[in-house]
Write a protein that binds this ligand. Structure first.
Ligand SMILES: [Zn+2]
Length: 233
């Protein structure tokens, strides 16, 4: 085996382990039911990604059961078929070279906003920090071709939010790493729930756009420590 091949093998192995472990976060945060939801990670320097297999129980997901696909969604390595959302993930990686991780869930509160096709308004400082404004709604799109991926990319282009509510469907999030994308999915559900509750009790107060900008800039700079991309202190 050449050095080139050894490096690729080791890189893929590490991403298989990362992506498999991150799926446990989806269940820990109760973002998924049954086998719905998925995490993927780009293989840096190659037109490849690691993604969840289709129809395997969360409890049975391991690094070895993850599958490797090219960025057209074709299976390259793995014992299972790739997730049925693979085409959407692949489209995002093809069109957003800055994206290293993609997550999809049908998490309850965020999907309830998606069902109403209503953006989540930026009424919490945590939203300004993480999303830089409202969490937008993408188009209705059928699974099976590029339409979901195109809807994600078009909705998020020029937007600071790493999360999009796909109408009548659920949430897709992006990040520089798979962990960043999982964090965005967790935060999206958290703020979707809080703003939903606020709505039951009255009218949430908007944050002045100037303050949203200041909060976002501060969070991205002050909390973006070298070597850490998740904003934790
Ligand atoms: Zn879905």
């Amino acid at each position: 085996m050449t050095t080139y091949e050894t490096t690729l093998t080791e890189t893929v192995r590490a991403i298989r382990e990362t992506v498999a472990a991150l799926h446990a976060q989806l269940t820990a945060y109760r973002l998924v039911a049954w086998t719905a939801g998925n995490v993927s990670g780009r293989v840096p320097g190659y037109d490849l990604m690691v993604i969840k297999p289709s129809g395997v129980d969360y409890a049975d997901l391991t690094a070895d059961s993850m599958v490797v696909c090219d960025l057209d969604g074709n299976l390259v390595e793995g014992d299972f078929n790739p997730s049925s959302d693979t085409a959407a993930h692949a489209y995002v990686y093809r069109h957003r070279p800055d994206v290293g991780g993609v997550v999809h869930t049908h998490s309850t509160y965020a999907s309830a906003w998606a069902a109403r096709a209503e953006p989540i308004p930026c009424v919490l400082t945590a939203m300004a920090d993480e999303f830089g404004g409202d969490i937008p709604v993408g188009p209705f799109a059928m699974i099976g071709d590029d339409s979901i991926g195109r809807g994600i990319v078009e909705t998020l282009s020029g937007h600071r939010s790493p999360a999009v509510l796909m109408r009548n469907h659920g949430v897709f999030t992006i990040g520089a790493t798979p962990r960043d994308a999982v964090k965005a999915a967790v935060m999206c559900e958290d703020v979707a729930r809080t703003v939903h509750i606020a709505r039951q009790l009255g009218t949430p107060r908007a944050i002045d756009p100037v303050d949203v900008d200041r909060l976002y800039a501060r969070y991205q700079k002050v909390y973006g420590q070298p070597g850490r991309s998740d904003g934790t202190e």
